[in-house]
Design a protein around this ligand. Structure first.
Ligand SMILES: [Zn+2]
Length: 119
């Protein structure tokens, strides 16, 4: 099967209101303008590389699976991923209460011993 004369496949389509036909968009495949769109429709071939034009096309066309990343699309600031809510710092575990009971027993013992010695 002979290769098609134009092997390029559209990166997107959109209705052109100027000529009332379905316009097809292609992308520059290499070089400094890789990813840039150009438009083909009844109006002819529009290769305007201006940013407003490129962005307008990006907005109006329906991308096909042939679409490769567009440089201006990539330049759009990505929405910042929402910062995960920082967990409130865990409160330090309270110091274990001093063992009053033990100290009390000790005091009692001392007191008892003292009492024994006093007698
Ligand atoms: Zn047109």
């Amino acid at each position: 099967m002979p290769a098609a004369k134009d092997g390029r496949r559209p990166a997107g389509t959109a209705h052109c209101s100027a000529c009332d036909t379905e316009a097809t968009f292609y992308q520059v495949k290499k070089g400094k303008r890789k990813g840039f769109l150009y438009k083909r429709c009844g109006c002819g071939c529009n290769q305007s590389a201006g940013e407003p034009q490129q962005k307008q096309w990006l907005a109006e066309m329906t991308p096909t699976e042939e679409m490769i990343p567009h440089p201006m699309q990539a330049a759009e600031p990505e929405p910042e991923p929402a910062e995960p809510e920082s967990e409130p710092a865990a409160e330090p575990a309270p110091e274990p209460a001093p063992r009053k009971g033990f100290a009390g027993l000790l005091l009692l013992g001392v007191a008892g011993l003292t009492a024994l010695l006093m007698t």
